[in-house]
Write a protein that binds this ligand. Structure first.
Ligand code: FAD
Length: 438
């Protein structure tokens, strides 16, 4: 019997546990170590922050579904991974040993890298559900006392979609509250141009997003390095191609929400061979760590090099479709190893994204993620808003029911008709294992 442990029960970790449960026989044990017993759907956080959702609407209690699917849950959280000893020390001192480990711990938020940054200081966040609930209180204050707003991302950030989403959602919520006319808005980003998204743009994301910002009266500053937040002011330097400061900005704000740079969580950071200098997990094309071959990783915690040099550092995003493809490949590779074979499944790492604007949105598909691409497509319309709600409902239902079916693949294949994006399927899995997959 093999014991597979998944560390982290977020978007990647939960479906990882389900796919493993689908693939491995009952004789194998699957455990999940998480902080708490609840799953919260991160992509809904921008809606939570303007009061369109509450905590219950975007959360799932994992205990009953894990019990049903025979997955053990350790909700204490991990203090430290010990890859040499093949074990994890939990926060209460308990030790969980594993044969195979999948790290799915998502991001640690590097607010401390900029003075005055983060929900403990001057700015709001939508990265975690608790942050989004606090941001909602700040939103109510803004409606009661309208003033300037700054939205965006700081240097080293990799998650730009939610920054744009939140700017447009906030614009819509402020219009609904009839105070938008008293709220000047500025979008501040390290991207070299609007719509770069850490991907050098996808289709016409530059044109689409610039046009949306213009139509909604949102000014923007690109190539921005945020120096500090102080007493309701954002101080930023606009960096030129040669690295010099082209312009200094002092933006007063009544409300600010900026995406931080990400890094690996403390439980894994600084482990020689396991992580890069920012604490992201090193992985080969099979999602397997080269130094510790029984350790795999999926999701935001995986180390991916930046796309190329930009005046201000910009990271590459890790989005749902890509994470699903990492999960499927990892499940197959662990199943192969357990069956005495070598890993062969390689994730597609394509980017398929829905960015909601509250009453519309843009969708894009990048295959491969890094240009030049075979598929480089973007589009906009009200259907994106509807599709995003569909994504939320479908994903939460999937988590509640314990199913591992990939959503983004369905979207890409059935709605967008992009056959080329097909990820490794359960049929491929059956072939790998030489048996019928449950
Ligand atoms: P997470 O979902 O963050 O899960 C990590 C889990 O690990 C958490 O449950 C956490 O508690 C747990 N954990 C961390 N440390 C420990 C520890 N020491 N011990 C135990 N457990 C631990 N992508 C899209 O494709 N579409 C979107 O619309 C979209 N919207 C986004 C909106 C926001 C605001 C953000 C921040 C990201 C968004 N993303 C979106 C990007 C990405 O899909 C999500 O961030 C996704 O949640 C990442 O999944 P993950 O499993 O890597 O990490």
């Amino acid at each position: 019997m093999a014991h597979v442990v998944v560390l982290g029960a977020g978007l990647g970790g939960t479906i990882m546990a389900y796919e493993l449960r689908d693939l491995l026989g009952r004789e194998h044990r699957i455990s999940v170590v998480n902080k708490g017993t609840k799953y919260a759907f991160v992509p809904s956080n921008p809606w939570v922050a303007v009061g369109w959702r509450d905590r219950d609407a975007v959360s799932v209690d994992l205990e009953p579904v894990f019990r049903r699917r025979q997955i053990d849950l350790h909700p204490q959280g991990a203090r430290r991974v010990d890859p040499k000893g093949k074990s994890i020390e939990l926060m209460d001192g308990t030790v969980v040993a594993y044969d195979y480990l999948v790290i799915a711990t998502g991001p640690d938020l590097a607010f401390d890298e900029i003075p005055g940054f983060g929900p403990e200081a001057e700015t709001n966040s939508v990265c975690f559900i608790d942050h989004a609930l606090d941001a909602r209180t700040a939103f109510d204050r803004l409606v009661a006392n309208p003033g300037p707003v700054v939205i965006g991302a700081v240097q080293g950030a990799s998650c730009f979609g939610p920054a744009y989403e939140f700017a447009f959602i906030l614009d819509k919520a402020l219009r609904d509250a009839r105070v938008r006319d008293r709220v000047p808005m500025t979008f501040v980003t390290p991207e070299p141009y609007i719509g770069h998204l850490g991907l050098d743009g996808v289709g016409d994301t530059k044109g689409l997003l610039e046009s949306q910002l213009r139509n909604r009266h949102i000014k923007w500053i690109t190539n921005a390095r945020v120096d500090k937040f102080e007493s309701g002011h954002l101080f930023a330097s606009e960096i030129a191609e040669d690295g010099s400061v082209a312009r200094a900005h002092d933006l007063p704000f009544a409300y600010a929400m900026m995406l931080p740079a990400f890094r690996g969580v403390e439980a894994v950071r600084g482990i020689e061979g396991l992580t890069n200098p920012r604490g992201f997990i090193l992985a080969d094309k099979y999602q397997r760590n080269p130094a510790f071959p029984e350790v795999f990783s999926v999701g935001v915690c995986v180390a991916i090099p930046p796309l190329g040099k930009t005046p201000v550092p910009v990271g590459v995003p890790k989005t749902g479709f890509m994470i699903e493809s990492m999960v499927t490949a990892t499940a197959q590779n662990i199943a192969s190893l357990i069956a005495g074979r070598q890993p062969t499944a390689v994730p597609t790492w394509n980017a398929v994204c829905l960015a909601d604007f509250g009453d519309g949105g843009i969708a894009f598909v990048a295959q491969p993620q890094i240009p030049p691409r075979n598929v480089n497509w973007s589009s906009e319309g009200k259907w994106v808003h509807a599709a995003k709600i569909g994504f939320e409902k479908y994903f939460l239902h999937k988590i509640e029911s314990g199913r591992s079916e990939p959503f983004y693949e369905k979207l890409a294949l059935q709605v967008l008709g992009i056959e080329k994006l097909k990820a490794v399927s359960l049929e491929d899995t059956s072939q790998i294992l030489g048996q019928k997959v449950r």
